[in-house]
Design a protein around this ligand. Structure first.
Ligand SMILES: Nc1ncnc2c1ncn2[C@@H]1O[C@H](COP(=O)(O)OP(=O)(O)OP(=O)(O)O)[C@@H](O)[C@H]1O
Length: 488
């Protein structure tokens, strides 16, 4: 072996970060001794705080464990076994006999505590790190905090305190990954207040079963134009729409359930229509295929997109102007004005204002409908417009409809066109509504940040037959069906 080969080579200096020792390790021994009582008090406070925190997060688990412990201490394990068996029998009996109240009152708390521990608390750190929602700065990790959790069976609502410097948009970008990590089907991100988010982790769709129409109301005074119930929201509350001072734009692909929304509204109005407190005017450019199923509900029904429809629109635009003059100084329509509330229902709005090949008719229709939507809210005229294509070239005045209803759509861009920018990122994925759930929609009211997911009542042919029977029974004043244009 040569001297060359034998030479000692210095290894490269170790490039590891120096361990940072806690500041108190540098203190002299006597100072450490003095600090011992302070440290003991601090550790005791920390333990009490942690116990309080765990009790707050898992109240049922802690109380039942404490109760079981006390029972075992005073009466032995046999008593605990008997108590557990008794509670189990009561719970199973409750579940079998009254499943609704069991799911409403008994199930949420144990499920919440189980899911909090098993799904979220155990995996939070890993999921946050792998989703790149943590930040390392000077050796310290800044991590979003898992807050309160409520489990409703079909969804978990998880509150989160974002790490400093984070924006909700970062979470929206990771929503799909979070859903997969926590074994959910979807994840929606909502801003609760600055720095605080609420994640909706959806496990199943509560709107999957269709919702039958309720029995028809009989009393016109029970019709509240501010709160017409037309279906149910995914949280189980009634889906209500206001027609007073409002216009509604419903957009959905073919078969998305637009008709169920419009018929649900007409049904909710039925007693007021019968009492002539509300008059509904219909335009069905498809030759009346849809709206003539219950023509009796309409004061006037135009079954084309030609002269008749345009005359009707111009009649209503004139009525808006005449009312505005009559109500001068009164500001808005009220039932006391003596005039009926007017509703214009257009089944395929695009056929009237965009696909009409006669330019003169098209321009007249656009002018009239713009006049009604821009000036009709105060004088008691409401437009319900339904269509399939929400592009600006088709409806240039979408902004004049304060309530937008996005039924199943084909593309994400259409959702933005209907509901507005940013609403899809907040979870309103109308393009993901399955074909198997017609009538499901995302609803956005101007001035309300959060969109609502709901399903309209399923209005069957029998329901429409009931509606016809109701509107024509016991009355000498049967609404007149006019297909020859407006009465004006
Ligand atoms: N809310 C609902 N619940 C259950 N089924 C529904 C609901 N709404 C509609 N459907 C069913 O879906 C199908 C299509 O519904 P609908 O005619 O309302 O769609 P649409 O959007 O008006 O279609 P088009 O654009 O072709 O007129 C019908 O068979 C109907 O029975």
């Amino acid at each position: 072996m040569s001297a060359q080969e034998n030479r000692w080579v210095d290894p490269a200096p170790l490039e590891v970060s120096r361990p940072r020792l806690p500041w108190w390790t540098m203190l002299p021994g006597w100072a450490k001794l003095l600090l011992v009582p302070v440290a003991v008090v601090w550790v005791a406070c920390w333990a009490v705080f942690q116990f309080a925190r765990i009790t707050y997060r898992y109240p049922l688990t802690i109380t039942t464990s404490a109760a079981a412990g006390l029972l075992a201490a005073f009466h032995g394990y046999l008593a605990v076994t008997v108590a557990v068996a008794g509670v189990t029998v009561v719970a199973v009996a409750w579940w079998r006999l009254h499943p609704d109240s069991f799911h409403q009152f008994a199930a949420p708390q144990p499920v919440t505590e189980y899911r909090r521990f098993a799904v979220y608390a155990c995996q939070w750190r890993t999921v946050m790190r792998l989703s790149e929602l943590t930040k390392d700065k000077r050796g310290r990790e800044y991590r979003p905090k898992l807050g309160r959790l409520r489990s409703h069976g079909w969804r978990d609502v998880v509150r989160v305190t974002m790490a400093k410097g984070q924006a909700p948009e970062q979470w929206e970008l990771h929503a799909s990954g979070l859903a997969h990590s926590f074994r959910a089907r979807h994840c929606r991100v909502r801003v609760r207040k600055p720095g605080r988010l609420e994640l909706d982790l959806i496990h199943r769709d509560p709107l999957a079963p269709s919702i039958p129409a309720p029995t028809l109301g009989l009393d016109a005074s029970g019709v509240d134009l501010r709160r017409l119930v037309i279906g149910r929201t995914e949280t189980g509350k009634p889906w209500t729409v206001s027609l007073l001072g409002n216009h509604l734009l419903g957009v959905g692909s073919t078969g998305a359930g637009k008709a169920s929304v419009s018929w649900s509204i007409v049904r909710a109005l039925a007693p007021a229509i019968k009492a002539d407190r509300v008059r509904v005017f219909g335009i069905d450019p498809k030759g009346g295929m849809e709206l003539s199923a219950c023509a009796e509900a309409f004061h006037t029904l135009a079954c084309d997109n030609g002269d008749k429809a345009v005359n009707l629109l111009e009649y209503l635009a004139g009525e808006v102007k005449a009312r505005a003059e009559r109500y001068r100084g009164r500001r808005t329509w009220t039932p006391e004005s003596g005039d009926p509330f007017l509703v214009l229902l257009v089944d395929e709005l695009a056929d009237v204002i965009a696909y009409q090949t006669d330019r003169n008719l098209r321009d007249r229709a656009v002018k009239a409908i713009q006049a009604i939507t821009s000036q009709g809210r105060a004088p008691g005229v409401c437009v319900l417009g339904f269509l399939q294509d929400p592009r600006k070239e088709i409806v240039p005045f979408r902004h004049l409809f304060p309530t937008k209803i996005a039924l199943r759509l084909d593309e994400p861009a259409q959702v933005d066109m209907v509901l507005g920018d940013g609403v899809r990122q907040r979870g309103a994925a109308a393009h993901e509504i399955p074909e198997s759930t017609p009538g499901v929609a995302w609803v956005k009211h101007d001035g309300h940040r959060e969109p609502v997911r709901a399903r309209a009542f399923h209005i069957t042919d029998e329901d429409l037959a009931d509606l016809v029977a109701f509107l024509t029974a016991h009355t000498t004043d049967i609404p007149v069906l006019v297909t020859e244009g407006a009465r004006a």
